[in-house]
Design a protein around this ligand. Structure first.
Ligand code: ADP
Length: 655
């Protein structure tokens, strides 16, 4: 296995043990905490709801009992009236035995219509008239008797009655105009007598007028006024009202009348619903009674409010103080809940969210012992979430988790990056050792071989001897350069590198470097094109160091030139900098590698470079030297097209 793979494997293990596992544990732990917190919050919410509902139950009971007392304790109370002291009340009526006396069944305090017939003269005429009309089929005769009765009538009530009969007989005789007069007379009368079906006589007059197709305005006014009176209308009267309205609505001639009749009719429909619910309550009263008075003897003292119908009413019995009768009080549950809720501070926020759950369902919370089978649903938690500390804590846990995970990931990124760098460095260092040994060996072998040849006097040709000596010197210089690089690098690493700047001409330094490489250049057939700009001042530099940097660039240019044989070396001035530029036309460097080649030990790993020896120190050293002189080094290169390395030295440092 390659050392690199082992290193990566260890890194992965380290990552798993130091980052993934702890993070996983942390996530699981946080999730558990959040779960528990949620459970707790839900429990708290439920507790809150139960508490709120219990409070609502207490307030509601107080509220309802209060209303009941007020309604049934009223001496002036009339069971006929639909206007109660409290707007939440829908029905108050007497209970006789097992029967519920709906307001219109309750005759207490009601004017007895038959009183009118007690006057013997009046009643004789009425009876005679009816006899003529129905038994003898003589409406003319009936008209006479009824006119007589009308004259004898002593109060508005009997007057209206006589007028009604008279008008009916008149219609039969074809005298509709006179009949209408009687009807008008009835409507003009202040009194509102009621027949045995609980129908106000004026409504009969209205029907009579409508049949004759007259006075629709007047009829509409009367019918609407009757409807809007705050009294209970009997079912019979309600049907008559309905008839009258539907006739007015069908009117094609006057849209004003039709619209007004439609509006009033809608009111009547609402009333009808109330009436029907009251009627069904009357039917179901037997079964309900048991509930109302409690299931067993101990409960009898406890006021039990029972839900009934839809819209829900809360129903309860009371022993009124007016007489010893029992009373039934029915209250609109939604309205009562709303006003009881608004009395409790915390519940005010729940306005609109408190809902009575239909009996038999299991959702919601039981309202309390006084409300058998009544559940309240305040599941809309909107009002509580704002103040719910559980939610706050949950978000805090999430945040903390995110933060810790973020920090862990960042830390592991930094550690991984460093460890990888170290691994790479270790790899490069081991390569470095083998490269250096190789680099040392080559010149040493050459030196030894040529020195041996000379010593043994094998070559007598002075030209060849000179050549051998040149090679020996040249290879020693290469060795020296290599050793200098290694030594300088070790000085840099240990912080012992010292530069000794002194005024020097860059042109001289560049020239010296060119001379140094002249021999190996010639040997390998390179052409070095030197271009030195005139007029560059002397600069304060460490001469040897700068020369070494240039030599490193030149030696790289030779090493990485491939087949190309031209190398350019120039010294020029650019934007206040002295620039030393070395250009080759060789293998070039990819953009990716350009940022790395200045790192110590770094060598580009490519097939072209495989055969070329090197230590990976040359550019790192050159960069260090240039930086120590306040300058910079950069590279422009394209693979296969060659590279240009430029050393920029600021001329402000001129001496
Ligand atoms: P080396 O001893 O390997 O030459 P350097 O530090 O001098 O070390 O260079 C680092 C790497 O940069 C080299 O291995 C080589 O791949 C690349 N390099 C340097 N100079 C050139 C050049 N003129 N052309 C192409 N590649 C170069």
């Amino acid at each position: 296995m390659k050392p690199g793979y082992r290193g990566h494997g260890r890194l992965a293990l380290l990552f798993l043990v130091a980052v993934i596992l702890p993070s996983l544990v942390l996530v699981l732990f946080t999730l558990r905490m959040i779960g528990q917190e949620r459970e707790l919050a839900e429990k708290r919410l439920l507790d809150d709801r139960t508490r709120l509902v219990a409070e609502l139950g207490r307030f509601l009971l107080l509220h309802l009992e209060n209303i009941k007392l007020q309604e049934t304790d009223d001496a002036s109370f009339s069971s006929q009236s639909r206007k109660y002291r409290n707007p939440e009340v829908v029905l108050v009526c007497r209970v006789v035995g097992d029967r519920l006396l709906l307001p219109w069944n309750d005759n207490a305090g009601k004017e007895d219509f038959s009183e009118n017939l007690k006057d013997p003269d009046f009643s004789l005429n009425i009876r005679s008239g009816e006899k003529e009309e129905f038994e003898n089929g003589n409406p003319e005769g009936a008209v006479k008797y009824f006119t007589q009765a009308l004259n004898l009538a002593r109060n508005p009530s009997s007057q209206s009655y006589a007028r009604l009969l008279l008008a009916r007989a008149l219609v039969k005789t074809g005298k509709t105009t006179r009949a209408a007069e009687q009807y008008h007379g009835m409507l003009a009368s202040q009194s509102t007598p009621v027949d045995e079906y609980g129908i106000h006589l004026s409504l009969y007059a209205c029907r009579g007028l409508l049949e004759s197709g007259e006075s629709k305005d007047e009829v509409l006014t009367e019918v609407t006024a009757q409807l809007q009176q705050n009294r209970w209308h009997t079912p019979a009267e309600t049907y008559l009202l309905k008839d009258l309205f539907s006739e007015l609505i069908q009117d094609e001639t006057a849209s004003g009348i039709r619209q007004a009749a439609e509006a009033a009719n809608n009111e009547l429909i609402e009333y009808q619903k109330l009436l029907e619910q009251a009627l069904s309550l009357q039917r179901d009263f037997g079964a309900l009674r048991l509930l109302l008075s409690g299931h067993n003897s101990t409960d009898t003292l406890k006021p039990l409010w029972t839900p009934y119908g839809n819209p829900p009413w809360l129903v309860n019995l009371s022993h009124g103080n007016v007489d010893s009768a029992s009373w039934l009080v029915a209250i609109d549950a939604d309205k009562a809940l709303e006003s009881a809720g608004s009395e409790i501070g915390t519940l005010r926020e729940w306005q609109g969210n408190i809902r009575l759950v239909e009996s038999g369902q299991s959702e919601g919370v039981l309202l309390g012992a006084n409300f058998p089978d009544i559940r309240i649903d305040i599941s809309n938690a909107g009002a509580l979430t704002g103040t719910n500390p559980g939610i706050l804590r949950q978000s805090f846990y999430w945040l903390a988790l995110l933060l810790v995970l973020g920090v862990t990931l960042f830390g592991s990124y930094v550690v991984t990056r460093d460890v990888r760098r170290e691994l790479r460095m270790a790899e490069m260092r081991s390569q470095f050792v083998s490269s250096v040994s190789h680099e040392l060996k080559t010149p040493l072998t050459a030196i030894r071989m040529f020195a041996e040849t000379l010593r043994l006097g094998r070559s007598r040709n002075p030209e060849a001897q000179r050549e051998y000596l040149e090679t020996i010197v040249n290879e020693s210089e290469r060795l020296t350069r290599l050793l200098n690089n290694v030594l300088d690098f070790s000085k840099i690493e240990t912080g012992r590198m010292v530069y000794r700047p002194a005024p020097a001409s860059l042109a001289d330094i560049v020239g010296a470097a060119a001379r140094t490489v002249q021999y190996p250049l010639n040997q390998q057939g390179f052409r070095l094109n030197i271009k030195i700009e005139d007029g560059l001042p002397e600069m304060n530099v460490d001469r040897d160091a700068i020369e070494q940097a240039i030599l490193n660039l030149l030696s790289n240019a030779m090493k990485y030139s491939g087949e190309a044989r031209d190398i350019d070396l120039s010294l020029l001035r650019h934007n206040g900098d002295a620039v030393i530029r070395v250009t080759d036309h060789g293998v070039g460097i990819t953009e990716q590698e350009q940022t790395k080649i200045f790192e110590k030990f770094y060598r580009v790993n490519s097939t072209e470079n495989e055969r070329i020896t090197g230590t990976g120190l040359g550019l790192a050293l050159a960069a260090h030297i240039v930086k120590a002189h306040g300058g910079r080094i950069d590279v422009e290169s394209a693979p296969g097209r060659g590279s240009t390395f430029s050393i920029y030295l600021p001329t402000e440092r001129e001496s």
